[in-house]
Design a binder for this molecule. Structure first.
Ligand SMILES: *[C@@H]1O[C@H](CO)[C@@H](O)[C@H](O)[C@H]1NC(C)=O
Ligand SMILES: [Cu+2]
Length: 255
């Protein structure tokens, strides 16, 4: 159904700029512990709502304006009083530096090709009360774009891995409370800007360990991307060349 609907949407591109569908992270595995993600179509209907380690998202749709605060942790500025972008989640997960994090995405449409990018930001104090605003606090810890045989992180590799994306918390990262800001950029309409669809979300974790490494340069969300950032405009249908993944270089100091 998803694929069918999206195929139609693609066929109509140029007529329709806002297409359907999409997704979000429904489950997080930190080391060997599983956490349910924030489920936008059921969590809000429980009283009390289930406590999640993921900041609220309004649904499975994209952020398309990179100047909005929505780009930080997903959100919905247009929702007025329903605005949920970056509101802290009540709890946090626990993960040892150097261990793997697995993010389980809902079924991702094959047509929605693009990179998968992961940032972290260290909370200065209690993460359940921290909102980074427009401060430059994020550093990139992982990225995956298009490989030399033309396979994209999303959806080619993601779907080959049963919807599971994996990255590693830098081994020597200083312990503390961190936001993991993870996103897919879907490029099926990104031959011009606006067009790119960004699907960010923020997971709250306590990183444990005894490392003492920390990056020295940071970006903000919004701020890290502009309409002119390489990789935000890219024609996936005709451009067989290399894809420049948006944002700063991956910080490798912890590895
Ligand atoms: C991803 O999460 C869903 C929902 O919890 C679950 O049904 C599915 O088995 C998970 N996928 C994998 C590969 O673990
Ligand atoms: Cu779609």
């Amino acid at each position: 159904m998803f694929k069918f609907v999206c195929a139609i949407a693609i066929a109509l591109l140029g007529v329709i700029s806002r297409v359907d569908a999409h997704g979000y992270v429904q489950e997080i595995t930190l080391g060997s512990t599983k956490y349910t993600g924030y489920l936008p179509y059921s969590d809000p209907y429980y009283n009390p709502p289930p406590q999640r380690i993921v900041r609220k998202i309004p649904g499975n749709g994209p952020v398309e304006d990179v100047s909005l605060i929505d780009l930080q942790c997903n959100g919905w500025s247009a929702g007025g009083s329903n605005y949920v972008g970056s509101a802290p989640a009540p709890i946090l997960g626990r993960v040892a530096a150097g261990s793997q994090v697995k993010l389980n995405w809902t079924l991702w449409p094959d047509s929605h090709k693009g990179p998968m990018i992961t940032y972290m930001a260290r909370a200065p104090s209690d993460i359940t009360k921290w909102n980074p605003g427009t401060s430059a606090v994020f550093f990139k810890v992982a990225e995956s774009g298009k490989d030399s045989s033309g396979r994209w992180a999303a959806a080619d590799k993601l779907n080959a891995d049963n919807g599971i994306y994996t990255f590693t918390i830098p081994r020597n990262l200083r312990p503390g409370q961190y936001i993991i800001r993870h996103e897919i950029l879907a490029l099926h309409a990104a031959y011009t800007y606006p067009g790119v669809q960004l699907y960010p979300s923020c997971i709250q974790v306590e990183v444990t360990g005894s490392g003492n490494a920390f990056p020295t340069s940071f970006v903000s969300f919004p701020g890290a991307y502009t309409p002119n950032t390489p990789g935000l405009v890219f024609d996936v249908y005709t451009n067989n060349g290399a894809y420049p993944i948006p944002g700063p270089a991956v910080w490798t100091g912890g590895n």
